[in-house]
Design a protein around this ligand. Structure first.
Ligand code: UT7
Length: 332
């Protein structure tokens, strides 16, 4: 009987651009305070890319860091999946640009557009290609340059977002290893009206009018997104646990999308997970959209909160609305 091929993460690395934007600097740009941002969102500082630095550049740096930590032959990469909502351009895809910049000769790839769930959805897709038995090495990347679509006069938005990327390598698990166990995911397009970037697509192509009306910036109804995120992250994590006859107490490490500290801690509380099992790095990086989960995996490893054999819960809610939760057994 042929065994089920599971996928496992065999390496993770992140990259953030060097320039740091602190709350103190934001206090000089918009009507806000460090206290408000820390209390309502939990961010102290975020990293911002220099002009001309795009999502593919952050992605390439993340892959280089991955290679430095877990050496592998780039030419053996079968597939590149990039989660992003800030691609360098409408097309070619960021995956094509990453392939070219890294000089990987015989591979293919594509982008996944799922807002803040972009990395999780990319991971789900990459996992299926390993599980099919067709591929042995899939690079899954989350990369976003949110500053490229942030209105730095809108205090409700500019304090939240940062730029960053992360990359993981997916490979077949050994016999007996669980690897990536299961996922649930859902889109609810009714949420499109609460978080979106209206300009630049086929509905509102760029024009003087779209620029004047600030349609190339993030538009967010924070309160509605917040309410949905708190409810949905709990629902998705409970759903994947129940499906696998597990409870929050079985989870060793909870790595959630970093949008607001309060969304993460509310979910952990609902699942009965103590805070020491919850990874939080939003204070240093802000919301990097598709970059948050791999950056948080890196934080978990650095803080020694993640080790071989741990049951890990990943979760995200984002623009769309998109949401998902993934269970996996950490493999190294
Ligand atoms: O990754 C997925 C995408 N995004 C999210 O998940 C974000 C979800 N939403 C949130 O995290 C929160 O809703 C925000 C952080 C965006 C806002 O926090 P909030 O506690 O929901 O604030 P609010 O929108 O209800 O605003 C409360 C007050 C308002 O003033 P008034 O009307 O009560 O006088 C806002 O104008 O806070 C004001 N406010 C600010 N004050 C100081 C909004 N932004 C700021 C600010 N500094 N930066």
């Amino acid at each position: 009987m042929s065994r089920r091929i599971a996928a496992k993460i065999t390496g993770v690395a992140g990259y953030v651009p060097p320039r740091v934007l602190t709350n103190a600097e934001l206090e000089k740009m918009v009507d806000t305070t460090n206290e408000w941002i820390m209390e309502r969102v939990g961010i102290r500082e975020r990293h911002i890319a220099d002009k001309g630095v795009a999502a593919s550049d952050l992605a390439v740096e993340a892959v280089k860091n991955l290679q430095a930590k877990h050496p592998f032959d780039l030419q053996t990469v079968d597939l590149i999946v990039v989660g992003t909502v800030t691609p360098d351009m409408m097309y070619p895809s960021t995956a094509c640009l990453v392939q070219h910049k890294l000089g990987i000769e015989n591979t293919w790839g594509f982008d996944v557009s799922a807002g803040c769930s972009g990395f999780l959805y990319s991971l789900n897709v990459g996992t299926k290609f390993i599980e099919s038995g067709q591929y042995k090495r899939v690079l899954v990347i989350g990369s976003d340059v949110n500053s490229s679509m942030t209105d730095f006069t809108d205090r409700a938005v500019c304090i939240i977002f940062g730029d960053g990327a992360g990359a993981v390598m997916l490979e077949p698990a050994q016999e007996g290893e669980d690897g990536i166990i299961d996922h649930v995911a859902q889109v609810e397009g009714i949420g499109g009206q609460y978080l979106y970037m209206p300009g630049g697509g086929s509905l509102h192509p760029a024009s003087h009018e779209t620029v004047e009306k600030k349609m190339h910036y993030i538009h967010q109804d924070g309160k509605n997104v917040f309410k949905y995120a708190v409810k949905k992250m709990a629902e998705m994590t409970e759903r994947v646990l129940e499906k696998n006859k597990l409870t929050g107490q079985d989870v060793d490490c909870f790595i959630a999308h970093q949008a607001n500290r309060r969304i993460i801690t509310a979910t952990a509380e609902r699942l009965g997970m103590p805070l020491e099992k919850v990874i939080i790095n939003i204070d240093r990086f802000g919301n990097t959209t598709a970059g948050t989960i791999p950056l948080a995996m890196q934080t978990a490893l650095e803080e020694k909160k993640l080790k071989e054999g741990d049951l890990v819960m990943l979760a995200a809610v984002g623009a769309g609305f998109t949401s998902g939760a993934t269970l996996l057994r950490w493999a190294y």
